[in-house]
Write a protein that binds this ligand. Structure first.
Ligand code: GLY
Ligand code: MN
Length: 462
């Protein structure tokens, strides 16, 4: 937990943006895995963590923006709880640690909201993503669970996004702790992945490292010889000589700040010549994108710059042709790079995505494109000092997509379908780092993880 002043300050800042009504913050509860008593690892809601710091089940809080009053609702542990889970500090002590002096039993939370509704007060509710919380709130708001998100407060959402988008030094320090775990994870995976081994031996080890150093992984690990499947959580393949694996993984620090790194490497420890060609294109794309990061540039512009670097590289090896600008304008590059260049990173790996992807990543100056590929860009708006974001270009050979485009002769003025034939089965390559936008440029966070062809071959053969 941070110092109590940090939480006080964060709530004060919110009060500067919201002047009336009641802000509602519902923490997460246990979520059953296969029966009620056997639960998933508890993960507190990130907005609750950000403003109230308490990383435990059974908490809720309100801010009365008219009076400035703050209340935490929770129950002290019963004797039964103490027997099964052990003793803990009182709710009042936990509240005091985050600068809150008023606490009430959890059942008072429901009464408080009902009273506020009865008095026609403005209620500032955040989007709900957990069934348990949606059901709980829908009963208070007297609506169907799937209607609860119609009652959310755009003002509160926008105020939180404004605040959480700018990371403090303490937050960047936490992200770098998670990145230190990533450093350990990648050094482990580079050395241990070998022909003849099943992917899950490595992905299991990765989960162990993340759990041993923090709160576990920040999202399900992607570790696959089928890197062309973007979010591949299947780890059953046996790695063979000549295979290239994509490892996209992240860890959470003890305070739940995330890292998100991707490296692609040859299982044998040596890139083939064609693997090296594609790898260099992706690496150059990432390097060139990072070079232009600075406050004021829109991330959409950086994404399009990355797309152009990919097209130039693919033209050099004969897989694409024609005018680079026109190819990117038409979206032809998305056959190989069908996702966005990156996203915000913080307490969530896709930071604040619960609050709405468009509200986090877009603003009045940027709207979401409908073009295939570009439509998946999660962050497009102009960058500001204090943003932490990922830069993760990739090149993939997705046979179903290639088959579809070729059958339609789609963008054939830019794509060399004949040459592409021999790339089917290649897989994919992605490279990802986490970057802080500084006052005049940017800083790649964390200890450097091997990235050049030479560095990767050296560590994989070690
Ligand atoms: N690292 C997975 C993702 O960004 O979607
Ligand atoms: Mn990512």
């Amino acid at each position: 937990m941070f110092r109590k002043e940090i939480y006080i300050e964060r709530r004060q800042k919110l009060k500067l943006d919201i002047k009336n009504g009641v802000g509602i913050f519902l923490g997460n509860s246990e979520s059953p895995m296969n029966y009620a008593g056997n639960t998933y690892n508890f993960r507190q809601d990130s907005n609750f963590l950000y403003f109230w710091g308490i990383d435990e089940v059974g908490f809720a809080a309100i801010i009365d923006f008219d009076s400035g009053e703050e209340i935490i609702f929770s129950d002290d542990r019963s004797m039964d709880d103490i027997i099964w889970m052990g003793p803990t500090r009182s709710v009042a002590e936990k509240a005091e640690n985050v600068g809150v002096t008023i606490t009430k039993p959890f059942r008072e939370f429901e009464k408080y909201i009902s009273k506020a509704i009865a008095h026609n007060r403005i209620i500032h509710l955040l989007p709900q993503y957990r069934a348990e919380n949606s059901i709980f709130l829908s009963e208070i708001f007297n609506c169907k669970p799937n209607e609860i998100n119609k009652k959310t407060s755009l003002d509160l959402i926008k105020a939180i996004i404004k605040q959480r988008s700018i990371k403090s030094h303490d937050e960047v320090f936490e992200i770098e702790k998670a990145l230190e775990t990533s450093f350990m994870i990648y050094n482990y995976a580079f050395r241990k992945a070998k022909p003849g081994i099943r992917e899950q031996e490595i992905s299991g080890g990765i989960e162990g490292i993340a759990h041993s150093r923090g709160r576990g992984v920040s999202f399900p690990t992607i570790f696959s010889i089928h890197g062309e499947i973007l979010h591949n959580h299947h780890h059953k393949n046996i790695m063979r000589n000549g295979d290239l694996v994509v490892l996209d993984s992240g860890a959470e620090s003890f305070m739940h700040y995330a890292s998100d790194i991707t490296r692609s490497f040859p299982v044998s420890g040596k890139f083939t010549s064609v693997q090296k060609d594609i790898y260099q294109i992706v690496l150059e794309t990432q390097t060139e994108a990072i070079k232009i990061l600075k406050p004021g540039i829109s991330y959409k512009e950086v994404h399009l710059h990355a797309a152009k670097t990919i097209v130039k590289g693919m033209k050099n090896i004969g897989l694409m042709k024609g005018n680079t600008e026109d190819a990117v304008e038409s979206g032809a590059h998305a056959l190989f790079f069908p996702h966005g260049l990156g996203h915000m990173l913080g307490l969530d790996v896709h930071d604040m995505e619960d609050l709405g992807e468009n509200l986090v990543g877009y603003d009045d100056s940027t709207s979401r494109s409908e073009q295939f590929g570009l439509a998946f860009l999660r962050l497009a708006r102009p960058l500001q000092p204090g943003f932490v974001l990922t830069v993760e270009p990739g090149v993939y050979f997705i046979s179903a997509l290639i088959d579809q485009w070729r059958a339609e002769n789609k963008k054939s003025e830019f794509i060399n379908y004949e040459k592409l034939e021999k790339m089917i089965g290649f897989g994919g390559i992605r490279i990802e780092d986490d970057v802080l936008i500084t006052e005049d440029s940017c800083r790649v966070l964390g200890r450097p993880i091997p990235k050049s062809v030479e560095e990767i071959e050296e560590i994989c053969q070690n």
